[in-house]
Design a protein around this ligand. Structure first.
Ligand code: ADP
Length: 899
C-alpha cells in the first residue's frame, strides 16, 4: 500500500502500524510518534484559541464532559496536527491502549479484524478493501476491467501494463508504435512504491526490464505548465460511508511543482527526475526548491491559488472541477464493490444506511494535461499530514477539522448504541420466527394479518431510514465546512449515469462471489427498493405515512385480532436445566436464519406426513431401513395428513429420498434405478457405507490448532466437571456474543470434517449429492436454528429435541443414519466447548497481560512476560495433577478460589 509522505518523513509508520495491528498493543508508540512529529506551525495555535474552540463554558457541561468524554485513541498516528484538531473538536485523547475510544486514528491501514471488533459507536479512519485502488497494480487491473466495459467513461488513467504478466503486450504495443513511426515515453514504477522511489523513464520500451512488481505507464508528455514547471494536484476526498456510498470533496489542496523547467522527454533529460516528477519528497532535495515565502512563487502552492491563476488565464475552472469530481466518483465506484463486500464481511448484521464505523481521507494525485484534462495518477489512503510549510498546516488542519465535524461523533452515541444492541439481543432471543409450513397452517384471516404486519414493519423500517437520511443530510449540509458532497449527486442525470456504472462495477467485480450482495445492490441502485438516500426516488415521508395509514385501515376493516400463538425459542432463561424446551406445536418448525439463507433445501420435507411416527419409516419404500427408536410426535395428530399437505410438498419431500432419475448413480458408481425397482444390492451397499461412515464418525477426532486429542478431551472433561460455572458463560458466548456468521463457522468446523469422512467412505468428491450428507445438513441447520438455540438445547434436558426434524418428516431415516446424526450433534457440542475454551484462554491472556502491565507499571507487556503467559496457557503435561493443570489453564480463577 503506498504511503506517500510529502512531509518527507521516514516511512516507519507502515511497519509500526502493522506491528500495532498484530499485537493489538499500541502502548509506548505515542512517545515514538511524538519524537517523529515535525510540526513547526502546530504550536502557533494559541492556548486561548484552543480553549475557546471547545465551547465548553458552563461548569456543569464541563463536569459532564469530564465524566463522559468523547475519546480518541491517537496511538496510531505520528502527526501532531491530527492530535491538535482532534482536541480542537472536543475529543479527549485517551490512553494509547484504550481500544474503546470513540475515534481511532491510524496512519497505516488497519486489519479487517480490527474493524470487525469495533463497537457500533466507534469510528476508524480506514475502510477495508481500499487497497484495490491504492495499490498501483490493483488500480491498473480494476481500471482496465471497467475501461473494457465503459471506454468513454474510464479514459482518465494512462495506458498501464502490469509486469511481468503484460510484458509481451507492452513490447507488441511498442513495436506497433515503431511501425507507425510514433514516439512515446514510458514511466516505470514499483507497484507498491511511493514518494517517487524507484521510478524511471524510458524512451525505448525494449530496454524496460521484465521485473516483477512493477507497472509501466505511458508517460503523459504534454503537461499543463505553471511558470514553465510541470505540476500535479493533491486533492483531498472524504468517504464517510460505503453502505451507501457517500463522497465529499475538499475545496482546497496542494499544487506540487517540479523544480526544473519542463522540456518534453528527450535522451538528454530523461534522467532528470526534478523535471519529470513532481513529488515533494523528491523535489525538496533540489537546490531550486522554493519554500512558500508567498503563494505565487513557491514549489508548493494551493489549489485556490491555481484556480485564481486559471481564471486569469481565462480557463473554465468550473468545467475543470466538474471533470475532476467525475474522475473521483468513477474511481470510487470501482472501489465500492470491493469495499462494501469487505465491510459487510467485517460488520455482519450492520444495517445498510446505519452509521458507518469507517471513514477515510484519501489523497488523489491528479495530473492536468495541456488541455486541462485531468488524469488519475494514484490514490493515497494515508496522505501525509506533515506540516513542513505554513500552507500545509492551513490546508491540512482545515481538512481534519471539517472531517471530524462531519463525523458527528457524540457521547450519547455510546449509550444509544449499547441500549439498541441490548434491545436487539433481547429481540433476537424472544423473536418469533415463522416459516412457510406455519403460514400454511394459518387461516386466511391470520395470513392476511401476518402479511399486513410484515408490510407495516417494512414501511416503518423505510420511514425510519428516510428520517435518518434526512437528518444526516441536514447535518451534512450545515456542517460540511469546506467539503462539498459529490456522491450521491443532486441531479437526476448524474445519478442515473453513476448508478449505471455502479451496477456494472458490482457485477464485474463480484460476479460469482457475492451473488446476494450483487443482487441487492442492483435492486437498490436500480431504485426498485425506492431507498430515498439513493437519488432519483420520488417516494417521500408523506407517501410512506399514507401507506402505513392504509395498512392500519386494512387491519381494522379485516377485524384481525391479535395472534395468541406462542411461538419461538425459549428465551435465555430457557437454557438447559432451567426451562426445558417443550415439544409444543411449531417449536421446531421455525426456519433458522440459516435456513432462510437457503442452504438447506430440505427444510420443507417435514411438511408432509407430520403425524406419522418415525417407526413408519418402512412404509416409504425403505426395506433396508430399520425404524428409529424415536418417540412418536405429540401434538401433531389433530389434523389428518392430507390436510397438512400443501402444493409443492411432494416435490420438496423428495429432497431427502434417494435420487429419482434413472440416470443418477450412487456415488460409488452403482446405477440408481427408479424407486420402484430400487435394487436390494444397492440398498445394502448404501446401508453398508452408512455403517462405515458411522464407525468413522465415532472414531473421528477434530484436530484443534495447538491442542492434542488428549488436551481437547481434558478440556471437555474440565468443562463438564465445572458445568455450573461454564454454563452461563457458554450460553452468552454462543447465543449472544457470536453472530450468525461466527456460529456457522463453529458448526462448519464439524461440517468440513464430516465431509472429509463422507468423501473417503463413499469415494465421492461431491458429497452434496449424498442422501446422508443432506440429512446431516438438516441437522446442522437445526443446530443453528433460532440464532443458535438449536445447539444450545442439546446441552439441556431436551438434548434430543432436534430429532423431531426427522420424526415429522415423511421421509424416514434409518437407525444407522440417526446414530450418525447423534454423533455429529455430539461433535458440534464438543466443538463449541473447545472453541469457547480457546476464546476464554485468549481473553484471560489479554487480561493477564494488562494486569501484568499494571503491576510492573509498564503500559506494554514485555515479550518475556507474554511468552511466559503463553506457556502457562498452552503447555500441558499428562503428568501434572488436575489442579496444576487447572491452575495453568485458569490461573485467575484458581487464585481467587484459593484466596
Ligand atoms: P509515487 O507513488 O511514487 O509518488 P506516482 O505515480 O505518484 O508515484 O508518480 C510520481 C510522479 O511521477 C507523479 O507525481 C508525476 O509527476 C509523475 N508521473 C507519474 N506517472 C506519470 C505519467 N503517466 N505521466 C506523466 N507523469 C507521471
Amino acid at each position: 500500500m503506498p504511503v506517500t509522505d510529502q512531509g518527507g518523513n521516514p516511512r516507519l509508520q507502515t511497519s509500526l502500524g502493522s506491528l500495532l495491528d498484530r499485537s493489538g498493543d499500541t502502548s509506548g508508540s505515542h512517545t515514538l510518534m511524538k519524537h517523529m512529529s515535525m510540526v513547526p506551525y502546530a504550536h502557533q495555535l494559541s492556548e486561548s484559541r484552543m480553549s475557546g474552540r471547545s465551547g465548553d463554558t458552563g461548569k456543569n457541561k464541563k463536569r459532564r464532559k469530564k465524566r463522559n468524554p468523547v475519546t480518541a485513541n491517537l496511538a496510531g498516528t505520528r502527526y501532531e496536527v491530527v492530535r491538535e484538531m482532534v482536541e480542537k473538536n472536543g475529543f479527549h485523547v485517551s490512553r494509547d491502549d484504550d481500544p474503546n475510544s470513540f475515534l481511532l486514528w491510524f496512519d497505516s491501514f488497519v486489519s479487517t479484524e480490527k474493524i470487525s471488533e469495533l463497537k457500533v459507536f466507534q469510528r476508524i479512519n480506514h475502510f477495508p478493501g481500499m487497497g484495490e485502488i491504492t495499490r498501483k497494480d490493483s488500480l491498473a487491473r480494476n481500471m482496465a476491467k471497467m475501461c473494457k466495459l465503459h471506454p468513454d467513461e474510464y479514459n482518465f488513467v494512462p495506458k498501464t501494463w502490469i509486469l511481468p504478466a503484460d510484458y509481451s503486450v507492452l513490447q507488441n504495443y511498442a513495436k506497433d508504435l515503431k511501425a507507425k513511426k510514433k514516439h512515446r515515453t514510458f514511466i516505470v514504477k514499483p507497484s507498491t512504491g511511493a514518494q517517487g522511489h524507484g521510478i524511471s523513464l524510458y524512451k525505448n520500451a525494449e530496454k524496460i526490464p521484465q521485473s516483477e512488481h512493477f507497472i509501466v505507464q505511458e508517460y503523459l508528455d504534454k503537461p499543463y505548465l505553471l511558470d514553465g514547471y510541470k505540476f500535479d494536484l493533491r486533492i483531498y476526498v472524504l468517504m464517510t460511508s460505503c453502505d451507501p456510498l457517500r463522497i465529499f470533496l475538499f475545496n482546497d489542496g496542494l499544487v506540487r511543482l517540479s523544480t526544473e523547467k519542463y522540456i518534453p522527454p528527450h535522451d538528454s533529460n530523461i534522467d532528470s527526475l526534478f523535471m519529470h516528477l513532481t513529488n515533494y519528497s523528491l523535489n525538496k532535495h533540489s537546490e531550486n526548491y522554493e519554500k512558500d515565502q508567498n503563494e505565487d512563487t513557491g514549489s508548493k502552492r494551493t489549489i485556490r491559488y491555481l484556480n485564481e491563476y486559471l481564471r486569469k488565464e481565462d480557463k473554465d475552472v468550473a468545467w475543470l472541477w466538474k471533470n475532476i469530481s467525475d474522475v473521483i466518483i468513477k474511481t470510487l465506484i470501482v472501489a465500492e464493490p470491493h469495499i462494501l463486500h469487505a465491510y459487510r464481511m467485517c460488520r455482519p448484521g450492520q444495517q445498510a444506511g446505519s452509521d458507518s464505523v469507517c471513514f477515510e481521507i484519501l489523497g488523489f494525485d491528479i495530473f492536468l494535461d495541456r488541455k486541462l484534462k485531468p488524469w488519475l495518477l494514484e490514490i493515497n489512503r494515508s496522505p501525509s499530514f506533515g506540516t513542513d510549510e505554513a500552507l500545509d498546516y492551513r490546508i491540512k488542519s482545515g481538512l481534519l477539522e471539517d472531517t471530524l465535524r462531519l463525523l458527528n461523533v457524540k457521547a450519547s452515541d455510546k449509550r444509544k448504541n449499547l441500549a439498541a444492541q441490548k434491545a436487539e439481543s433481547q429481540k433476537r432471543l424472544f423473536q418469533q420466527p415463522s416459516r412457510k409450513s406455519d403460514i400454511m397452517d394459518l387461516s386466511d384471516l391470520e395470513k392476511k394479518k401476518l402479511s399486513t404486519e410484515r408490510r407495516k414493519e417494512e414501511l416503518k423500517g423505510l420511514l425510519s431510514r428516510i428520517r435518518k437520511d434526512a437528518t444526516r443530510e441536514d447535518f451534512e449540509n450545515r456542517n460540511c465546512g469546506r467539503f462539498r458532497r459529490i456522491f450521491p449527486p443532486d441531479d437526476k442525470f448524474h445519478a442515473d449515469k453513476f448508478t449505471n456504472l455502479l451496477t456494472s462495477a458490482f457485477s464485474t467485480f463480484l460476479s460469482g462471489k457475492a451473488t446476494t450482495l450483487t443482487k441487492e445492490i442492483e435492486r437498490t441502485y436500480n431504485n426498485k427498493l425506492k431507498i430515498p438516500s439513493l437519488v432519483g426516488t420520488d417516494l417521500t415521508e408523506a407517501d410512506i405515512l399514507d401507506m402505513l395509514a392504509q395498512c392500519e385501515a386494512d387491519e381494522k376493516e379485516g377485524r384481525i385480532m391479535p395472534q395468541s400463538r406462542q411461538r419461538g425459542p425459549a428465551p435465555l432463561m430457557g437454557m438447559p436445566y432451567s426451562v426445558p424446551v417443550e415439544e409444543t406445536e411449531g417449536t421446531d418448525t421455525h426456519e433458522s436464519e440459516e435456513d432462510e439463507e437457503g442452504e438447506d433445501t430440505d427444510s420443507g420435507t417435514h411438511l408432509q406426513g407430520r403425524s406419522r411416527p418415525v417407526s413408519g419409516a418402512l412404509q416409504n419404500g425403505r426395506t433396508g431401513s430399520r425404524p428409529v427408536s424415536g418417540r412418536p410426535t405429540s401434538g401433531h395428530q389433530s389434523r389428518p395428513p392430507t390436510q397438512q399437505k400443501s402444493p409443492g410438498t411432494a416435490t420438496r419431500a423428495r429432497s431427502l429420498s434417494r435420487p429419482q432419475s434413472a440416470s443418477n448413480r450412487l456415488p460409488n458408481g452403482i446405477p440408481v434405478l427408479e424407486e420402484s425397482v430400487y435394487s436390494t444390492a444397492a440398498r445394502d451397499m448404501e446401508e453398508d457405507l452408512t455403517r462405515k461412515s458411522l464407525s468413522l464418525l465415532n472414531d473421528m477426532k477434530i484436530k484443534f490448532p495447538g491442542k492434542t486429542d488428549e488436551e481437547a478431551e481434558w478440556i471437555l472433561d474440565k468443562i463438564q466437571e465445572n458445568w455450573k460455572f461454564h454454563k452461563p458463560r457458554i450460553a452468552s458466548y454462543w447465543l449472544v456474543k457470536l453472530d450468525s456468521i461466527k456460529r456457522r463457522k463453529v458448526i462448519d468446523i464439524v461440517r468440513s470434517n464430516v465431509r472429509a469422512v463422507l468423501q473417503r467412505t463413499w469415494k465421492c468428491p461431491d458429497v452434496e449429492s449424498l442422501r446422508l450428507y443432506r440429512i446431516f445438513n438438516r441437522v446442522f441447520n437445526r443446530l443453528l436454528w433460532s440464532h443458535g438455540q438449536g445447539l444450545w438445547n442439546c446441552f439441556g434436558q431436551s438434548g434430543n429435541s432436534w430429532e423431531t426434524i426427522f420424526s415429522k418428516s415423511s421421509d424416514s431415516i434409518s437407525s444407522t443414519e440417526m446414530n450418525c446424526c447423534r454423533r455429529i450433534v455430539q461433535l458440534c457440542r464438543d466443538c463449541l466447548l473447545i472453541v469457547y475454551q480457546f476464546a476464554s484462554d485468549a481473553k484471560n491472556l489479554a487480561q493477564q497481560s494488562s494486569s501484568l502491565n499494571e503491576e510492573t507499571g509498564s503500559t506494554k507487556a514485555s515479550p518475556r512476560a507474554l511468552s511466559s503467559l503463553e506457556k502457562r496457557t498452552q503447555t500441558w503435561s499428562p503428568n501434572q495433577t488436575v489442579s496444576q493443570r487447572v491452575s495453568r489453564l485458569y490461573p485467575h480463577r484458581m487464585d481467587s478460589t484459593q484466596s
